[in-house]
Design a protein around this ligand. Sequence first.
Ligand code: NDP
Length: 448
Amino acid sequence: MVNVSEKIESIYRDVISRNPGENEFHQAVQEVLESLSQVLVKYPEYADQKIIERICEPERQIIFRVPWTDDKGEIHINRGFRVEFNSALGPYKGGLRFHPSVYLGIIKFLGFEQIFKNALTGLPIGGGKGGSDFDPKGRSDAEIMRFCQSFMTELYRHIGEYTDVPAGDIGVGGREIGYLFGQYKRITNRYESGMLTGKGLAYGGSQVRTEATGYGTVFFVDEMLKAHKDSFEGKNVLVSGSGNVAIYAIEKVHELGGKVIACSDSNGVIVDEKGINLQLVQQLKEIERRRIKDYTQYEKSARFIEKGNIWDVPCHIALPSATQNEISGKDAATLVKNGCIAVGEGANMPTTPKGIKVFQDAKILYGPGKAANAGGVATSALEMQQNASRDSWTFEYTEERLRQIMINIHRDCYETAEEFGEPGNYVMGANVAGFKRVANAMLSMGLI
Ligand code: NDP
């Protein structure tokens, strides 16, 4: 019999050689594979049927040209991506990211993580992800609209409510989703609400979708704390970023009695010891689309640290909610040294492998993104449910559904980690619980 660790090692080597240069994708695969040894021992059929090898290969990858004109009439060419990774549990589901750092390796890491995250929600959604290397910063509304229209002019033929259902991610919020939906409707002549989520409330969106990822992350951390007879009450919290996830994480932390004392954007960090003024952040970032540095013009108690490192600020709880690999091994060590007791990832893969090891060795509570930030996609699936039944639920009802989903995800991760002999290891719990659901569906469907 082949040794399980050797088998996993050889699968990982294959992934690297088949996908050269895609470092973020390699990192995401490695993290999942490291959790699977015990699973292959207990369920040899997964190895016999090459389930891991199949899951690591996307079902379909689409790369396309996105030409558009700026306000001066100059032509720009960007690259669009959609990676349809796995549809064993339902239509491909996952956001679109518009950021200059986007390339195939980023979309594949996000799509790969999405498979297990979506499985953890318990809802019928497969995994996918897309985006473009387009930089929306500083672009006018008209430029954003033209870009979105050009992007959808190719993407529309690949998506649909039973095929692939995109949503937002970095650089794609309510405005972009509106332009994308409008162009899809225009090209197809179909008012197909369920083909895109994160829509405005006026045209088929769901209550709580905007808030869902941030709220869900805080609900997840709250569950981790409760499992240790603790709570957010009286805790100082860091939330990196100041975008969609960060804003609603801040709101929920404040509701649960914690105090967010710092947030950030790619230019620097705002520290406000009396508690971040959320209304001001929303005004600056959601409405006026300004930089977080401007916060200090209105709140004299705050200071701005240009190019600062938010993880240097002492805290009890850290919620990384900006981007991948934002917490290095050194940052993790600083957090632990400063008394951080819990980390919940609002962003996708924000902690490097070295950082994860530091958190795990220190035995602090560490909720990985695929579990902690699954509330966003879960509420997207609730939006699809409402669209399918031409219904719309109240804010309170939808938030309660989200809260229950996060409680269930926490319980699944917690219990799975115990079952496989690593109590408290939410990384292994999330990876294994998500993997088993997808693997079992794939086994039932034959060789797909
Ligand atoms: P937004 O575009 O709304 O906000 C992103 C925030 O992170 C901004 O403040 C941005 O600052 C900052 N940021 C982005 N890239 C960098 C970088 N390279 N260095 C420093 N700061 C950076 O995105 P979201 O809030 O939607 O997404 C944040 C994270 O959450 C991502 O990892 C995303 O994949 C994840 N996520 C999002 C979900 C959602 O529903 N939106 C669902 C699940 C996960 P600046 O403006 O200066 O770029």
